[in-house]
Design a protein around this ligand. Structure first.
Ligand code: FE2
Ligand code: FE2
Length: 472
């Protein structure tokens, strides 16, 4: 059981006190981080008391402590899941051999790239969500936003720890760069496209935490199956935090859908907007937009890199150790659909080179499950409308389907047809303006904006009416 040392200037459960050089390097990085938080973290609210959870141990049960904290005083630190005795490399060419505690020289560049790419998404999402506090639909939601934000900040710390600890000067330079890039910046954008899109309304925020944080779950889960043990342990603890982010997204969307359905039923013309709600077709267009961006995050359907990283044991499949019996993924194939001229053609590719798609399969199935649940909510309100998960070929900018056009059911169409229907499938400027018009803050405990249903329960056993953010 590893308790976290909060006496150190950087809270940690990695015995940082015993490694002065590393501690000093991280202490040198820390002021830059705090400055980044002030400049690019939540705009406003920095002096407010927020009811936040902080990790107190890395155990799965009871790791969190809840109390009022001002965000700049949040104890960002370095928490790794406890080591597993006798852990072996889960997948690839070295499956079954002991895990590495140091970076193998031949995989140094690849591992650094993997860690930097993951690390870059963490501050990016904080930047994307920077303005949302000003329009939170309730104190409960405001608190959840800030919980997600401080934990994304901590995820940056998690990746920076690995860079500082295992990658020398190059790692330290990369850690500095993580504070220098900016979401959506023309000159120094964040690495991945979805993390450069503005996320400035709460429907987008819930789509983001539902779909982008869920991508995070799958990426972290693949890295939790790494043969590089410090990376695996880091990601295993991050996954416990990620669960809350997805909860925020999933329940947030469910609450907007529930309210949208109620208001549709209430209106004599079935028009949720006339009742001040968000209509289900608009919600569908936001889902289509964000999910298609998030499907891109898994990378190309056919990827030599993905195959090499699996073979080397740097990443595994989702649940590699637990869900699979055969860990080499050699002499196996996966059927993919290719675009050839006007036609779609199915072809087999070696399983290893389809590893991105294997991970995307698991992610996509989980999204389908969520939409099935939301449809039950809609049916319970007495409506026959059904939300759908857009086909994975729809509106893609990366991989096999980029550059071609598909409808949300995955049928091939031409560009003119796509553009003619775009406004039915992806949110329009008018949708965005309507949703933005609803975004007025509700800062009174126990009150909820009109366009979203209250949560079914509060945080940490507290009632919804609890003062999750103190305003005086
Ligand atoms: Fe994260
Ligand atoms: Fe997250």
């Amino acid at each position: 059981m590893s308790t976290i040392d909060y006496n150190s200037s950087i809270p940690n459960n990695v015995n940082l006190d015993s490694d002065r050089r590393l501690q000093r390097a991280l202490e040198r990085w820390q002021p830059g981080y705090l400055q980044w938080w002030q400049e690019m973290g939540p705009d406003g609210f920095q002096a407010r008391d927020i009811y936040l959870r902080t990790a107190i141990s890395a155990d799965s049960d009871g790791w969190a402590h809840f109390d009022y904290v001002k965000m700049p005083d949040y104890r960002w630190g370095i928490f790794l899941a406890d080591p597993e005795a006798g852990r072996t490399i889960p997948g690839g060419d070295h499956a079954g051999k002991p895990v590495w505690q140091e970076v193998p020289g031949e995989h140094r560049t690849a591992l650094r790239r993997i860690i930097v790419t993951q690390g870059d998404t963490e501050p990016a999402s904080v930047e994307q969500q920077r303005q949302l506090g000003k329009t939170a639909p309730s104190l409960y939601d405001l608190r959840n936003l800030f919980q997600v934000n401080v934990e994304e900040g901590r995820h940056l710390w998690a990746m920076v720890y690995l860079l500082h600890s295992y990658f020398g000067k190059e790692g330290r330079d990369e850690a500095d760069e993580l504070l220098a890039r900016r979401s959506g910046d023309a000159d120094k954008p964040r690495i991945l496209d979805a993390f450069n899109q503005p996320c400035d309304d709460w429907l987008s925020f819930f789509c983001f935490t539902m779909f982008a944080d869920r991508d995070g779950k799958y990426q972290l889960a693949a890295l939790a199956e790494s043969g590089f043990d410090p990376l695996s342990r880091t990601c295993r603890f991050m996954l416990t935090e990620e669960a809350h982010h997805m909860f925020v997204g999933d329940t947030g969307l469910e609450r907007i859908i529930r309210r949208g359905a109620e208001l549709t039923v209430l209106d004599p013309n079935g028009d949720a907007r006339a009742q001040g709600g968000i209509d289900l077709p608009t919600i569908q267009r936001f889902i289509n937009y964000w999910l298609s961006y998030c499907l891109d995050l898994f990378g190309s359907e056919v990827s030599t890199n993905a195959g090499d990283w699996f073979g080397a044991g740097l990443k595994g499949r989702f649940g590699e150790a637990r869900r699979y019996d055969e860990h080499s993924a050699l002499d196996q194939a996966k059927t993919l659909t290719f675009v050839e001229g006007d036609r779609l053609v199915e072809r087999e590719v070696p399983l290893r080179s389809a590893m991105n798609e294997v991970l995307r399969d698991d992610y996509y199935a989980e999204c389908e499950n969520a939409v099935r649940r939301w449809n039950k909510t809609i049916a319970a309100a007495g409506l026959s409308f059904e939300l759908t998960v857009p086909h994975r070929r729809f509106h893609r900018r990366q991989g096999l389907y980029a550059g071609a056009f598909f409808d949300p059911a995955g049928a091939r169409i031409d560009e003119a047809t796509f553009e003619a229907q775009r406004g039915e499938w992806l949110f329009t400027d008018a949708d965005k303006a309507y949703v933005n018009g609803l975004m007025t803050p509700v800062h009174e405990a126990g009150k909820m904006a009109h366009w979203i249903a209250p949560p079914r329960r509060g945080i940490n056993g507290m009632p919804f009416e609890f003062e999750y953010v103190r305003f005086d």
